[in-house]
Ligand binder design. Structure first.
Ligand code: GDP
Ligand code: MG
Length: 174
């Protein structure tokens, strides 16, 4: 609980290195996008954001990683107490999409049963380099019964919406 007694929802960004986790969080937090890798400048840590949904203030404590996201190098303790997970792949990187199944298997094993999960296909601005169709992401999300959205941290597309949807879902469940 926070100092006001309102619950703080631990929210974690997951997915392969380079999919745009840090970019998505920085865009949501500051409205800015910077081409290039953030790994060197942003360490493991969290950003607190208050999101207003349905006239309620929902507190998100959003965790990002720098480099530890290579598969299986993230400790299970890290997401055991998470309330929400944003699981990203890059629509121009097939490997990052194929690895989603492995991520979900890990999550199902180690995260809380009622964790809110959103699958995110990031870099949807990259149309000429796209390898994963929207339908592919949608189908995978349905198979695992998780929410799905395509985003562009670069263009700011669906960035606020993704975090708002997570906040709304967390608020419902309280
Ligand atoms: P992370 O390793 O998952 O945290 O990924 P980063 O946020 O460091 O982003 C990796 C690279 O992808 C960087 O060069 C970013 O500028 C780029 N990137 C991130 N999001 C987008 C996006 O939505 N569109 C495009 N075109 N590039 C992006
Ligand atoms: Mg990063």
């Amino acid at each position: 609980l926070s100092e006001t007694g309102q619950e703080v929802h631990k929210t974690i960004l997951l997915g392969d290195s380079g999919v745009g986790k840090t970019s998505l969080l920085v865009k949501f937090d500051t409205g800015k996008f910077q081409q290039g890798n953030f790994a060197a400048t942003v360490g493991i840590g969290f950003t607190n954001k208050v999101v207003t949904v349905d006239d309620c203030k929902v507190k998100l404590q959003i965790w990002d990683t720098a480099g530890q996201e290579r598969f299986r190098s993230i400790t299970h303790a890290y997401y055991r107490d998470a309330h929400a997970l944003l699981l990203l792949y890059d629509v121009t990187n097939k490997t990052s999409f194929d690895n989603i199944r492995a991520w979900l298997t890990e999550i199902r094993e180690y995260a809380k049963d009622d964790v809110v999960i959103m699958l995110i296909g990031n870099k949807c601005d990259c149309n000429s380099e796209r390898l994963i169709r929207r339908e592919d992401g949608d189908r995978l999300a349905r198979e695992y019964n998780v929410a799905f959205m395509e985003t562009s941290a670069k263009m700011g597309l669906n960035v606020d919406l993704a975090f708002m949807s997570i906040a709304r879902e967390l608020n419902y469940r309280q």
